[in-house]
Design a protein around this ligand. Sequence first.
Ligand SMILES: [Zn+2]
Length: 75
Amino acid sequence: MPQMYCDCCHKQTAHKVVLKRCESENASMLRSLVCFFSTVLQGDHYVKMEKQYFCRRCNHQNVPLAASITNIKAA
Ligand SMILES: [Zn+2]
């Protein structure tokens, strides 16, 4: 279970990961952006699955932009 910073708890908490298929028809602007960045960062061009992270404490959804960037392998 990934540890992430929660905007609601204001500290690192455990998060549950929910995979959701990107649906551009119903997507909001933010959702589309998150989906786009996750696709680019993961190089996952075929199966567009959006990872959603929910805080285990308060169930607030957090977007791991910084975490995704630091998880990229250098080599
Ligand atoms: Zn929280």
